[in-house]
Design a protein around this ligand. Structure first.
Ligand SMILES: Nc1nc2c(ncn2[C@@H]2O[C@H](COP(=O)(O)OP(=O)(O)OP(=O)(O)O)[C@@H](O)[C@H]2O)c(=O)[nH]1
Ligand SMILES: [Mg+2]
Length: 403
């Protein structure tokens, strides 16, 4: 299953622009709040150094692309309606928005770093809104959405029914949360991390339920903060102030600039590889002098200052750091690193860090191959790998099976 990143944020923060930039879609964008009502989906790619460089081979990718030694691996992006305070109680587009996020594996929170929109997306004078407060309210809304899914207004009855029956309690939670892609292990880990696993359910109070919901949200739908609209003429202190208040990673970003660069690349006006710190060969015959100026400004004011537009960096960070994914290349031949049709390094899969070889075979290659699994072979060292071998980033593996 392809991973899904949900794009969240208050109205007009730039979510749809981020989707358009990442996926080259043509979703409607405007400065009016609640432009997006129905969720939009697109396909984009995470970018990673391909192992073809290290192995010194020419590859023929099938499930991904290799551009100048970088592998681009497909993922899905979901852009949803803007979220306002009290959305979990139905404010704005409220619950509809939240339910659209059920299938997301991780979230990117697109913040308006200029501070010129209030919490409902209405313009205020630049810097009046504190982006840190947006982080707080948005996380609260999503945590409360989880809480409401767990507590179907029957919490006291729920506690009485499942007190002292831990296994049944976890099963019931799993059932209630099945619509939002929660795994049993994540429920168990959240109980541990919130130190509630040994507390009698009968004695859980409101705070316990809220704390557990928050932990479960953090584990199952972690959020990466993206400070959008850095191309705007803003107070440089905005980003620094946010960094002082928020201690997690913050990716500076201009979704608008990335969209421009990708569109011009598509039209062969420039050569641009997403995530780069520059572009090559402006074909000045195809565009106006004003457009040439815009491109030059993106280079001097943005790429030279921040190193990239931030869109690709945000996607990579969300998948590799926040969602803890690693890359694994299955092959049929460990000399040529090819499949049975002589395609060199045809596929690469994203899997959770800590995945066992046998689970990778079952989930990503074929359940039959897993059933008849004998051993794996490490493509680099040619050593045998058992079914409980824990995969590492950029592993190349051959599977030997009885069939
Ligand atoms: N300067 C600048 N403007 C941006 C950027 N990203 C988005 N915008 C502008 O911000 C406004 C809102 O953008 P949208 O992408 O529609 O915002 P949204 O978050 O999808 O809004 P809703 O669908 O209403 O929730 C538009 O006028 C965009 O052109 C950016 O990186 N830089
Ligand atoms: Mg939108």
């Amino acid at each position: 299953m392809t991973l899904i990143i949900g794009i969240v944020g208050k109205p007009s923060s730039g979510k749809s622009t981020f989707l358009n930039a990442a996926c080259l879609t043509d979703v409607k964008v405007s400065e009016l709040p609640f432009t997006t009502i129905d969720a939009n989906k697109g396909v984009t790619y995470v970018k990673t150094e391909c192992v073809c460089k290290e192995l010194n081979v020419k590859d023929n990718p099938k499930n991904s692309q290799c551009i100048e030694g970088f592998r681009f691996i497909p993922i899905n992006v979901l852009d949803v309606a803007g979220l306002v305070p009290d959305a979990h109680r139905g404010k704005g587009l409220g619950n509809k928005f939240l339910n659209d996020l059920g299938h997301a594996d991780a979230l990117i929170h697109v913040l308006d770093i200029t501070g010129s929109l209030d919490k409902t997306g209405k313009p205020v004078s630049s810097g009046r809104n504190d982006p840190y407060e947006d982080i707080i309210f948005l996380e609260h809304e999503i945590n409360m959405w989880y809480r409401d899914i767990i507590n179907r207004e029957d919490w006291n009855k729920f506690k009485r029914t499942f007190a002292g029956k831990k296994k049944e309690f976890i099963e019931e939670l799993y059932k209630r949360l099945s619509g939002i892609k929660i795994k049993r292990e994540q429920i168990i880990a959240s109980l541990k991390q919130s130190e509630l696993d040994n507390k009698n359910l009968n004695t859980w109070d409101d705070n316990d339920l809220t704390f557990f919901s928050k932990k479960l949200r953090e584990i199952s739908k972690p959020i990466l903060i993206v400070a959008n609209k850095i191309d705007k003429d803003i107070d440089a202190e905005n980003l620094n102030n946010l960094k002082k208040k928020y201690d997690g990673p913050i990716i500076p970003c201009s979704a608008l600039a990335e969209h421009i660069l990708r569109k011009y690349h598509e039209k062969q006006v420039i050569d641009y590889i997403p995530g780069s710190n520059g572009f090559r060969n402006i074909n000045e015959n195809l565009i106006s002098t004003k457009e040439v100026e815009t491109l030059k400004k993106i280079k001097t004011d943005l790429l030279n200052v921040f190193g990239s537009t931030g869109v690709q960096e945000a996607l990579n960070h969300a998948i590799f750091k926040v969602s803890n994914q690693i890359c694994v290349y299955p092959v049929s031949d460990t000399k040529s690193f090819s499949d049975n049709n002589n395609n060199v390094l045809p596929d690469v899969f994203l899997v959770n860090k800590g995945t066992f070889l046998i689970d990778f075979v079952r989930e990503k290659i074929h359940s039959d191959l897993a059933k008849h699994f004998i051993f794996g072979i490490d493509g680099r060292t040619k050593k045998r790998l058992g079914e409980n071998y824990i995969l590492k980033h950029n592993d190349i593996v051959k599977i030997v099976s009885a069939k």
